[in-house]
Design a protein. Structure first.
Length: 149
């Protein structure tokens, strides 16, 4: 058994006519001014290949971990359906990242880690806030500025 591809992106699309896969916005790094932060959508793409004499059905586990904390883990039943390759797409919504660090997305078959995708989670400092005050009859002005006559 060989892992041919494991990657994370924002969106993946399978063409209904050709069965070709398109990957949009590969995720290698995420940044936030504060933590915890919610990742609205993350797609994991897995492509496994097997030899003819290897099983048609494979039990695998997908695990996402940040430092020593497992954030997500799920079993996957991958059915080759008499082919030598299988593609699995996993869409996640609302993944909570508690802190900066390296997010490790791993695929396991049995106790063997077949491969991993690493995403750097970075803190970019404090959120920036602009306060605006609406003047009489005019557009809002940034705080501390006076209207010009």
């Amino acid at each position: 058994m060989e892992l041919r591809l494991l990657l994370c992106c924002e969106t993946s699309v399978v063409d209904a006519r050709s069965n070709n896969l398109s990957v949009v916005n590969i995720v290698e790094e995420l940044s936030s001014p504060s933590f915890p932060v919610v990742v609205p959508k993350l797609s994991v793409i897995i492509l496994l290949a097997r030899q003819e004499d290897e099983p048609q059905l494979v039990s695998a586990r997908l695990r996402l971990a940040l430092a020593d904390q497992t954030l997500f883990e799920r079993g996957l039943e991958l059915s080759f359906q008499y082919r030598t390759r299988v593609r699995q797409l996993v869409d996640m919504h609302g993944l909570v990242l508690p802190s900066p660090g390296t997010l490790r997305v791993s695929l396991f078959v049995g106790d063997q880690e077949m491969g991993r995708w690493l995403i750097e989670i970075k803190s970019i400092g404090q959120p920036q806030v602009d306060l605006f005050t609406a003047g009489e009859g005019g557009p809002p002005l940034p705080q501390g500025r006076e209207p010009v006559d």
